[in-house]
Design a protein around this ligand. Structure first.
Ligand code: NDP
Length: 489
């Protein structure tokens, strides 16, 4: 007979009864000394860790990334040293505003976070399925997200606060148009692109820097739900995207994406007509053509969701030598806030959790803290410099110095010389979208704006209509007509 495993307590002690508590007589009270009962109930009470404040609902998979084209003239990163180089990846897809049990087809951006386990340490590209974002200064992030979540009094989603924020912050227009197009309701995680969205940098072997945008293009083709289709699926199967993703991979139908980059030199950045570090703007393809880099395939669903997906922790701060940050204010805010969120949710040692652990050796002087589960540096020195170990800093990994165009610190108005919120969304609406896509976008906006209510209703609608008219006459007229209101100008 097959050898069975012993049932044990968490302390590894085999025990006799898993289903019956120890009682005084078969119908009497339970004895306190049945600590296994207590252990089971107490552990159960602690099963939930804090939900992610954003990106709570998600799914993920492991896979591989293969370099297909030589970009070593832009970066000295080891991963890109040679065509054919491969590394393991873990990717987590998510919606943004909804809670952990919310529906997958909600109108929302989708998170597209990639962890590359490279031989130089972990590189996290923590992107979305859109190339831009609603705001350009991280100081506004919590205010913005509050408007996407629930009303503090009613605990309901609230179109009034949503459009109040949008209308008072016209820089939301670009991402807003993407959100209300059918790309705001992707058919599945397999059928959408990913974008690093921020401007990053690459540094080559000669220590020269270029600015870079990442594009991760689906090989399955873009496919979206229309608004009504997404609404229907929300009721039919709230886990639609997760189910589609898992079934595809378990069935051997491995989704693939092509990674491309856009490159801007430091000289080009000085004369680019928009701020190249403004997250509400793209770099036009015509001016900055896409350059092929590699292919990513996802091929393995984790054996345990909580272990790998719920505990996965991505941080835009994690870049490896040859890849770097930029002055993008939203990126700078995320450099600090992502690791902070992980320390809160998972603890100071979150990078020791298997899915977050690099394949490289970790050598530093950080010690202790809750849930330290490696050897904690053993008996080696916990200070630097010291006369005992052979750990050395790596000066050759230093980036070239950054030249700034000002030495005056102040709270600058983010829009003062940067207030063109309408040209790029106008190009998207008028030049890129088909008439059908334009009409769907108008219908989706009208459907949502009809939820605006209360004493400020007319003020909010008029203010937002003003932004739509500045973006596109056709868009403004379509929304005003759909709402049955006259724009007062
Ligand atoms: P292009 O005509 O070269 O690019 C247009 C791009 O728009 C397409 O390549 C596609 O990007 C994307 N697109 C198509 N439909 C939608 C939609 N419903 N929602 C969002 N994106 C869509 O023009 P430009 O590069 O000059 O850009 C024109 C406008 O296109 C921009 O203002 C921006 O709004 C949008 N766009 C531009 C991107 C860029 O990086 N330049 C990226 C995405 C959108 P993709 O191939 O990535 O799917």
């Amino acid at each position: 007979m097959e050898k069975k495993k012993k049932l044990t307590t968490a302390a590894g002690i085999p025990y006799a009864k898993h289903e019956d508590s120890m009682t005084v007589g078969p119908r009497g009270p339970i004895l306190l000394q049945d600590f296994i009962l207590h252990e089971k109930m107490a552990h159960f009470n602690r099963e939930r860790i804090p939900e992610r404040v954003v990106h709570a609902k998600g799914t993920g998979a492991f896979g591989k990334f293969t370099v297909t084209h030589d970009i070593s003239k832009y970066t000295r990163a080891g991963l890109f040293r040679k065509v054919g180089n491969e590394c393991r990846v873990f990717v987590r897809f998510s919606t943004v505003g909804g809670e952990k049990g919310s529906a997958d087809t909600e109108r929302d951006p989708r998170g597209f976070a990639i962890k590359f386990y490279t031989e130089d340490g972990n590189w996290d590209l923590v992107g979305n399925n859109t190339p831009v974002f609603f705001i350009k200064d991280p100081k506004k992030f919590s205010d913005f997200i509050h408007t996407q979540k629930r009303n503090p009094k009613t605990n309901l989603k609230d179109a009034t606060m949503f459009w109040d924020f949008f209308s008072l912050n016209p820089e939301t227009m670009h991402q807003g148009i993407v959100l209300f197009s059918d790309r705001g309701t992707p058919y599945s995680y397999r059928n959408m692109n990913g974008y690093g969205s921020h401007t990053f940098s690459m540094i080559n072997a000669r220590n020269e820097r270029v600015w870079v945008k990442y594009h991760i293009k689906t090989q399955q083709g873009i496919k979206n739900f229309t608004g009504p289709e997404a609404d229907e699926m929300r009721g039919k199967n709230p886990d639609w995207a997760q189910e589609d993703f898992i079934k595809a991979i378990e069935g051997g139908n491995f989704p693939k994406w092509t990674m491309k980059i856009q490159v801007m030199t430091e000289e080009q950045a000085k004369t680019f007509k928009w701020n190249p570090f403004d997250l509400t703007k793209v770099w036009p393809h015509g001016d900055f053509p896409l350059i092929d880099v590699g292919v990513m395939e996802l091929n393995q669903i984790p054996e345990n969701y909580f272990r790998d997906v719920e505990q996965s922790a991505f941080a835009p701060a994690h870049v490896v030598d040859g890849l770097g940050y930029s002055f993008d204010k939203m990126l700078q805010g995320r450099l600090l806030s992502y690791p902070d969120a992980h320390r809160y949710r998972l603890g100071a040692n979150y990078e020791q959790i298997p899915v977050n652990r690099p394949i490289t050796q970790v050598n530093n002087y950080e010690r202790d803290a809750s849930m330290r589960v490696d050897d904690n540096g053993g008996s080696s020195p916990n200070y630097h410099p010291n006369s005992f170990d052979d750990i050395v800093a790596m000066p050759d990994q230093k980036e070239p110095p950054m030249v700034l165009d000002s030495n005056v610190a102040d709270w600058y108005d983010r829009n003062e010389n940067d207030d063109d919120h309408f040209t790029q969304p106008g190009m998207l609406f008028e030049k890129v979208m088909t008439p059908q896509e334009q009409q769907n976008t108008i219908n989706n906006i009208v459907g949502h704006m009809k939820g605006i209510c209360g004493p400020k209703k007319d003020e909010i609608i008029q203010r937002q209509l003003g932004h739509f008219f500045k973006t596109s006459q056709k868009l403004g007229e379509g929304v005003a007509k759909g709402l049955g209101v006259t724009f007062k100008g």
